[in-house]
Design a binder for this molecule. Sequence first.
Ligand SMILES: *[C@@H]1O[C@H](CO)[C@@H](O)[C@H](O)[C@H]1NC(C)=O
Length: 186
Amino acid sequence: MVRLAITSLTLLAVSTTQAACTGPAANQATVDLIAEFEGFSADVYNDPTGNPTVGYGHLCQQSGCSEIPYSIPLSEADGKQLLADDVIPPQDCITTQTAEAVTLNANQYGALVSWAYNVGCGNSGSSSLIARLNNGEDPQTVIAEELPLWNKSGGQVLPGLVRRRAAEVDLANTATSDPALPAGGC
Ligand SMILES: *[C@@H]1O[C@H](CO)[C@@H](O)[C@H](O)[C@H]1NC(C)=O
């Protein structure tokens, strides 16, 4: 009886932790940075690696981007809404992938959300950037050293990615007293 009770309490604690792990909203500077570097397109186009894309860098899941609840050509207002929706998975994955002991302010967190929006949550999760943060290294140092290495697409260094990584490092280096991580319950 006692053992059963402990087991189910443990399971409950695990599932509660995972369900509650919603990343804090990225700040306005982060959303502006992503919008600036993705650029806006009302119509579907192929990104540098040939993926159909619309709005502020939304990767289409279906042909013609039929999964999005907005009409194409997209208005800029609908594009901003789509970006607000699309920034949720990178917020959640940066929050989930970083250990509880990692402390990031809103600008450091935003820089990593912009990066994960760009490279995807699979790549952020297996990165040495996240591993070094989880190993207790100083976030300022890790971000400045690791983000600029993510400058290639399709094996080529892209000037746009070099500039974006530099802007993300600048954002992370901008002092703020707004906290982001750890987020309660994650
Ligand atoms: C691009 O990334 C590589 C590592 O993949 C790095 O050695 C190089 O310095 C970076 N280039 C720039 C311009 O940041």
